[in-house]
Structure formats: structure tokens, C-alpha cells
Design a protein around this ligand. Structure first.
Ligand SMILES: *Cc1c(COP(=O)(O)O)cnc(C)c1O
Length: 471
């Protein structure tokens, strides 16, 4: 392909992209293909001779698109959204075209300096302490691992980085029973060991109980173990429960423990004043992560990691081989030292495009509108005699189930599993589930960037229509 062909193909692709987004509601939200169906269609060996782009693109439409789940469909209510938006897509096109590898300042000063600035913007927008610093990571999983590793090195004065675990095999990490699986993964990778992850009990709203946390830490100290780090979640993945930060932070301060806040999804709500109470006590915390790629209209991947002690981060990850030394190292941020990978994409560009294109007020308005639509629907569901809400609707995610009279728990679980299947089989909506205290629960997230009230009406209408056919 030469530049002329590229220009022609790219123009056609942009038309395809705009058509796709314009007509996205015509696709089945969740892909209907069977396991192995896509794989079997792809030739067993790579082509020896180059193929024409028209040919490749025809196969993309015929073979790949049927196996796509349409995350940008406004009736995608599953998991948490992986949001996108027009300005974000435009930036991704530029990022791909420029193709820069932004590991250090020298390898693209604009990437490093724009990242520093947009992270300051996000910090102000979300009301995080002004003495913290931010860096973009690929995912919240990586950011949390980064926090655990930093805590580990800070506690041991970089001994484990130097000597391995000798004499330090008794560290403990605390989180709630409702915490995301990435915490356990991080604890395993960091060498702490999954058996040293202590899951603290939750209250009726599924939030961590500080009293139980304090007791668990006390018990560990008595047993000669070494408390390392507490991970509090603002907006758990199962139900968007909110751990009470202030009492947790007080406990961490008392024992001098690293407090990491996993706000991967719900952190975006901090742009609204009436959610600032969630981070009361944050000045005693050490780090926080939230994902603009979930609920701030920025394409995956873009995870915002903020840390109080920049030096603890650098002490953990800094490495300076001769071939990476530059003359400006003392004046600039070399983000390869702020996390795990050396190589980095230019992710700040899409965030810059998104924040400028929507404006802070536009982002606030859209997030508030998602929350309002969800909370209004939650009231309707609550008022319906045959449905019930199973967890507080703190944000824009509703946990509910069908609950006709005269059914026992086993029958209700079966009915709701059938309901979820029936809903997803329509192809018009996509929801996922969780279990709350053994109860099969439907999770309905209202968070796709461009969704409107009519999409909420559609899913609620479908739910009510389908339950009459369940037996
Ligand atoms: C989604 C989620 C994560 C993981 O996010 P990734 O960016 O995919 O690693 C972690 N914690 C919570 C609470 C989440 O909702």
C-alpha cells in the first residue's frame, strides 16, 4: 500500500465508521456467534502474498463483525461500559498515525508534557489533593499492582527490589469481600501471596466494615505478621458499594499503612460536587485509580493513577541503563519510571481531546444525566409490585430482580437467570448478573456515552414484557 491508496482507503473507512456509529442500534448488542465459529473461518496459515485492502476489508465485514459485541450500543448495560466518544476516536486515529512510543520525554516531549497537564486537569476536576501527582496507566489492574509494589518497597526500604523476599514473607494486604479480582491478582504478582490477602466483612450495603478491618490488623500484628496495605473501593464491581474512606484512612494512619483507593468505575462521579463526600479523608490515603476508559468517554485504554509520594513510585520502578540516559533527565518526567512497562502509547492525546471537546461542564452534565436516568428507573422498579432492588443505586448501576409473589429463593434464582437469558437473546439489550447474598441479581448499567431516556424506556419495557412469558 502506498500513500495514495492509504488516503483513499482511510476516507472510505471514516465513512464506514460514521455509518457504524449512526446505525449501531441495528446490530445485536451481544454477538451471537458460537465458540470457535470465527476461528474456523480464518485460514489455517498466513497468506504468502500480500492481499488487496478491499479484500481484507470485505472479510472484516463478513467474518469479524458478526463476532463483535457492540460496546458502544446505547443498550449495552453489561459489566461496566468501556466508553468511547467521537473526539476520543479522532484522537486514537491520530495516535495510531503518529505511532510514537512515548517511554521517555526525549521520545516525544509533547506526550510527556501533555500527560502531566491533563493529569493535573483530572486531579482538579475530581477534587483530588493538589500535592498528588498523576500518571496514565493501561488499566486499573496495573495501577493497583503499581500501588502494591510501591507500598512493598516503601515498607521495606527497597529491600525486596534488591534482595528478594528474604525475611519479608509475612506481609498482609486488606480489602473487602466485594473487592475486584484485580486485587488478588496484584497481590499474587507482587509476591505477597493470595493467602495473605485478608478479605474484610461488609455491612448490609456491601461496604467494608472499618471495625472488622481494625480487628484484623490488630490480630495480624499480634501474630507477628506485617500489615502492608489496605485497598478501599469506591464503587465495587458487583454492586457499586462504597467503602467508608474516612474511618479506613484513620486506621491506616494509625498503623502507617499504604491506603490505595480503587475507584476504577465510580471515580468519574467525583467530577460532581455531590459525590465529593466519597473522598473525605483522602489526604491520609496514598494512591487512587480511576478509569476514564470506563465512564469518561475515553477509549480503552486510559487509566488515571494518582499517588501522594512520587518518590515512592520512582524508587520502586526507576531504572537507568546507559542507553536510556538523556541530558534532560532531571528536568522532565520520564514516565517509564512511573509504572511497569517501558514502552507507552500516547494516551494523553485522547483525554485532551475528550476534555476539551465536552468541556468540564459537558462531562459533568453527561455523568449526572446517566445517574439521574438510573435513579429514576430504580424508583420505577422499586414501585413495581413484582420487582425489587437488591442494592443501593449510588450511581448509574441498578441491581434488581424479578420477584413475583409465592416463589422461594431457588425458584427466584432460576426465574431471573431465565430473564437475563431472554433479555440478551432479543439482541436488543445486553445485561450481566451478579449474586448478592445468594440471590441471582441483574445488573443494569446506564453509562454508554450517548444514551438517552428512550434507551432506558426500551430496556425496562423489554424486562416487563418478557417476565410474563417466564414459567
Ligand atoms: C473494572 C474494575 C477494575 C479493573 O479495571 P481494568 O482497567 O480492566 O484493570 C478494578 N476495580 C474495579 C472496582 C473495577 O470496576
Amino acid at each position: 500500500m502506498n500513500n495514495n491508496n492509504f488516503r483513499k482507503q482511510a476516507h472510505q473507512l471514516v465513512d464506514w465508521m460514521a455509518d457504524y456509529l449512526e446505525n449501531i442500534e441495528q446490530y445485536p448488542v451481544k454477538s451471537k456467534v458460537k465458540p470457535r465459529q470465527i476461528y474456523e473461518q480464518i485460514p489455517t496459515t498466513a497468506p504468502n502474498q500480500g492481499e488487496a485492502m478491499t479484500h481484507i476489508f470485505a472479510d472484516f465485514e463478513a467474518q469479524i463483525m458478526p463476532g463483535i459485541t457492540h460496546w458502544q450500543h446505547p443498550n449495552f448495560h453489561a459489566y461496566f461500559p468501556a466508553s468511547s466518544s467521537y473526539p476520543s476516536v479522532l484522537a486514537e486515529m491520530l495516535t495510531a498515525t503518529i505511532g510514537a512510543q512515548c517511554m521517555i520525554w526525549d521520545t516525544s516531549p509533547a506526550a510527556a508534557e501533555l500527560e502531566e497537564r491533563v493529569m493535573e486537569w483530572l486531579q482538579q476536576m475530581t477534587g483530588l489533593p493538589s500535592n498528588w501527582v498523576g500518571v496514565i496507566q493501561d488499566t486499573a489492574s496495573t495501577a493497583t499492582l503499581t500501588a502494591i509494589l510501591s507500598a512493598r518497597e516503601k515498607l521495606t526500604n527497597n529491600a525486596i527490589n534488591k534482595k528478594g523476599f528474604e525475611g519479608n514473607a509475612n506481609m498482609r494486604v486488606y480489602c473487602s469481600q466485594e473487592t475486584h479480582s484485580s486485587i488478588e491478582k496484584g497481590v499474587k504478582i507482587a509476591g505477597i501471596g493470595a493467602n495473605n490477602l485478608v478479605e474484610i466483612g461488609v455491612d448490609d450495603a456491601l461496604a467494608m466494615q472499618p471495625k472488622l478491618l481494625a480487628a484484623a490488623i490488630q490480630k495480624d500484628i499480634q501474630n507477628g505478621l506485617q500489615p502492608l496495605c489496605v485497598i478501599a473501593t469506591l464503587g465495587t464491581t458487583g454492586t457499586t458499594a462504597i467503602d467508608p474512606l474516612k474511618p479506613i484512612a484513620d486506621i491506616c494512619e494509625k498503623h502507617d499503612l499504604w491506603l490505595h483507593i480503587d475507584a476504577a468505575y465510580a471515580g468519574s462521579a467525583l467530577v460532581l460536587n455531590n459525590y465529593q463526600w466519597m473522598i473525605e479523608g483522602i489526604e491520609k490515603a496514598d494512591s487512587l485509580v480511576f478509569n476514564p476508559h470506563k465512564w469518561m468517554f475515553t477509549n480503552f485504554d486510559c487509566s488515571a493513577y494518582f499517588v501522594k509520594d512520587k518518590q515512592a513510585l520512582l524508587n520502586t520502578f526507576e531504572i537507568l541503563p546507559e542507553y536510556l540516559k538523556t541530558k534532560v533527565d532531571t528536568q522532565v518526567n520520564n514516565y517509564r519510571d512511573w509504572g511497569i512497562p517501558l514502552g507507552r502509547r500516547f494516551r494523553a492525546l485522547k483525554l485532551w481531546f475528550v476534555i476539551r471537546s465536552f468541556g468540564v461542564a459537558g462531562i459533568q452534565q453527561r455523568i449526572q444525566s446517566h445517574i439521574s436516568m438510573a435513579q429514576n428507573l430504580a424508583i420505577e422498579i422499586k414501585n413495581h409490585p413484582d420487582f425489587e432492588i437488591l442494592a443501593p443505586t449510588h450511581f448509574n448501576m441498578i441491581c434488581f430482580r424479578y420477584h413475583p409473589k409465592g416463589k422461594n429463593e431457588a425458584a427466584l434464582n432460576q426465574l431471573n437467570e431465565q430473564l437475563l437469558q431472554a433479555l440478551n437473546d432479543t439482541g436488543k439489550v445486553y445485561l450481566t448478573h451478579t449474586k448478592i447474598k445468594g440471590k441471582y441479581t441483574l445488573r443494569l448499567v446506564i453509562g454508554q456515552t450517548y444514551m438517552e431516556q428512550r434507551h432506558v424506556d426500551k430496556v425496562w419495557g423489554l424486562v416487563q414484557g418478557l417476565v410474563s412469558n417466564l414459567v
